[in-house]
Design a protein around this ligand. Structure first.
Ligand code: NAP
Length: 306
């Protein structure tokens, strides 16, 4: 039988991805929406999460699709009410609050799933498999997109806890940490508009005990063609993951990928976790961003206007 689920935060990602994927899933049934302004036709709508949790004990799972700052309090409320919780990326604002959620979910004996949607891109698993047994020499990440095109009207991305350019950049880091040995940050520059709290561009240097370096270039000012690319030089050739993990080539030769179905994959994995009674929270991408903020040299740039 399908698990009833409530989606919280009916904004861009809920409408673009969560609602369609739940609609296609045989494992979940959309039972309610919770949002102050957004509404979903044909189901019960609530403007307050506590009310939904109180009035709908028949809904065992919630998907939190709000921005990171309000997410912790909502996750605590849902976990305390004994619900399984799916978190959009990034799983919270601080690493510490997500660790607290892991502990709360363990005590409540419910599933906490911190999703990293880019890990479900079709060529990520083939890339991880191809890299097995190969010696990595160097990694270069170029993640450049136009913030005005992808985040129109979203003020929260510029406020403290909004991640700025790391909102997309953490997607690259989620792929990186899924396919190569552990890395850590050695230097960062954070180009921050004078009227914002978060960076519009960032450069990171990272290193691995396995003996390779990583250079990452995140920029939200890219007009025209958009770039979401990871290039991995190995002793047996150059692997390029392009279009956010949708395409892969080795030494210029395209590898067959699969169909684009990141969020279908997320809900399938959530169902498997529920069935197994397990959780899945990997903080590796989040820690890299936190360390970039700890170590980063701030560079002031001109004001940002929509
Ligand atoms: P969004 O549209 O700006 O926000 C989602 C909804 O959250 C809003 O419509 C709002 O609905 C609700 N909300 C509750 N508290 C809020 C607050 N304090 N500030 C702003 N909104 C609040 O954002 P989004 O693009 O869907 O992103 C949400 C999360 O999904 C982020 O963590 C983001 O990184 C992740 N994500 C986004 C994308 C994308 O393409 N946009 C892709 C993958 C992942 P009500 O006003 O109705 O309550």
């Amino acid at each position: 039988m399908a698990t009833k689920i409530a989606v919280v935060g009916i904004g861009k990602i809920a409408r673009d991805q969560h609602l369609p994927s739940i609609g296609r899933s045989a494992e979940f049934e959309l039972a309610a929406a919770v949002s102050r302004h957004g509404r979903v036709e044909g189901i019960d709508n609530y403007t307050n999460l506590e009310t939904m949790l109180r009035e709908r004990p028949d809904i065992p799972a919630v998907a939190l699709c709000v921005p990171p700052v309000p997410r912790y309090e909502m996750a605590v409320a849902a976990l305390k009410a004994g619900r399984h919780v799916l978190l959009e990326k990034p799983p919270g604002t601080t690493v510490g609050e997500v660790e607290a959620l892991i502990e709360l979910a363990r005590r409540q004996n419910v599933t906490l799933f911190a999703t990293w949607h880019s890990r479900f891109a079709p060529c990520v698993e083939p890339a991880r498999t191809w890299l097995e047994g190969k010696q990595i020499r160097h990694v270069e990440i170029v993640w450049k997109e136009d913030v005005r095109r992808w985040h129109p009207g979203q003020d929260w991305i510029w406020e403290a806890g909004g991640f700025g350019v790391f909102d997309p950049g953490i997607n690259a880091l989620s792929i990186l940490t899924a396919i190569v040995p552990p890395v850590f940050v050695t230097a960062a520059t954070l180009e921050t508009p004078e009227n914002c709290q978060t960076p519009i561009a960032a450069k990171l240097a990272m290193r691995s005990l396995a003996g390779f370096d990583v250079a990452a270039d995140f920029d939200w000012r890219q007009e025209g063609p958009q770039t979401w690319e990871i290039r991995i030089e190995t002793d047996q050739g150059l692997l390029v993951l392009a279009d956010g993990g949708s395409r892969m080539s080795v030494d210029g030769g395209e590898h067959p990928g699969g169909l684009e179905a990141e969020y279908d994959g997320i809900y399938h994995r959530f169902a498997a976790l529920l069935k197994a009674g397990e959780g899945d929270v990997d903080l590796a991408p989040h820690k890299l961003v936190a360390d970039a903020f700890l170590l980063g040299r701030k560079v002031d740039v001109g004001p940002f206007h929509e």
